[in-house]
Design a protein around this ligand. Sequence first.
Ligand code: ATP
Length: 429
Amino acid sequence: MTRMDLMEKIVSLCKRRGFIYPGSEIYGGLTGFWDYGPLGTELKRNIKQEWWKSMVYEREDSVGLDAAIIMNPLVWEKSGHTKAFSDPLVECKLCHKRFRADEQEEIKNHEKDHQGKGEWTEPKKFNLLTEVYLGATEPKQKAYLRGEITQGVFVNFQNVVSSTRVKIPFGIAQIGKAFRNEITPGDFTFRSREFEQMELEYFIKPEEKEGEKMFAYWKEERINWYVNLGIRKEKLRFREHAADERAHYAKKAEDIEYESPFGWKEFEGIHHRGDFDLSNHGLKYQDLETGEMYTPWVIETSGGVDRAALFFLIDAYREEEKRVVLKLHPKLAPYKAAVFPLLANKPELTTKARLVFDMLRPVLRTAWDDRGNIGKRYFSQDEIGTPWCVTIDFQTLEDNTVTVRDRDTTKQERVKIDKLTEWFLKIIN
Ligand code: ATP
């Protein structure tokens, strides 16, 4: 299987089983936009929930925020985005198609369309912020859809400090949509025009040593989070940005990259933003104990929910002898369990199976399947990553046990119905 075959299979599985569909597909779609189906929605929710648990609930030093997507346009001026949030673009003089100047491969490929002739304009900066127009009367007020969720945290820095009991060092966590007018959306959901970010802005004292220590700390924390949720370690690496590729705000930046079928690709950045943002917004922090006043530095962890979902899916995808299996971590799997009556036409089995299904459903996302034979049902659940299949058979009617079949080992064991919920929760957690 070539790498691109793998991508085709994943895109097709996502569509066929309800993970990800092309956005507004019945009208021919819209480049750079995707819709998550019933299973993709669960996967994304699980990713966000695990992230929130680890970045907010399990910590004493962070709080959450949910800022508006559209902000006063002054925010984007002060943050430097109206000036510097851009990619250099070149335009094909023959057909006026535009490409990112740094995407040499795409440019070469495009030249093939013109029999190898390439005539390009000089690179020109293209701003990635998406404009929106507000109000009913002309002239309408121009604003932007946020290009990153980060600024919502900075503009609320003072609000959070004065309305909560946070003390430096502390973090503000946020998950939400961001929009970029990407020039070359592609690689499935990898580069979209609408996407979701999960970010922590961690505020520290402006000291070199503290900056280095916290930067190293957050790198470790974040890569371990992915590994603990099942991504193979050897598929991950850090890549440090060279001085000339660092974003306008960053003192230091390293990406967590995944070895995808389309190359090593970034899906989270750890950024040392220094005092760039708080200074630009004219914000300071006062230590209430010492009276000391200063502009904190910020270490940021900036991940993409969609890229994480895509790489979790790619990493979990396996083809084994007679089956396709998504080896998703149980915490991420859309369904934790599937319940089957051995035979659909035996009311004593289906009634009992319904009882088990009703017992599990409020606690764990559980699927029901009574179509076809058991082998087909296993096949179908393996393909969407359900870790356990529970079968109610004739022995169940005698001793109140069920068979639980494990997705990864395909081994079966008998578990008592009244111990089943506990049994699952213990393994998942
Ligand atoms: P790239 O170089 O791929 O354009 P970036 O360096 O501009 O990415 P950041 O500004 O650091 O990305 O954004 C942080 C995270 O947001 C990224 O690591 C990624 O997971 C996510 N992200 C950024 N742009 C997109 C996009 N167009 N589609 C999906 N996710 C994105």
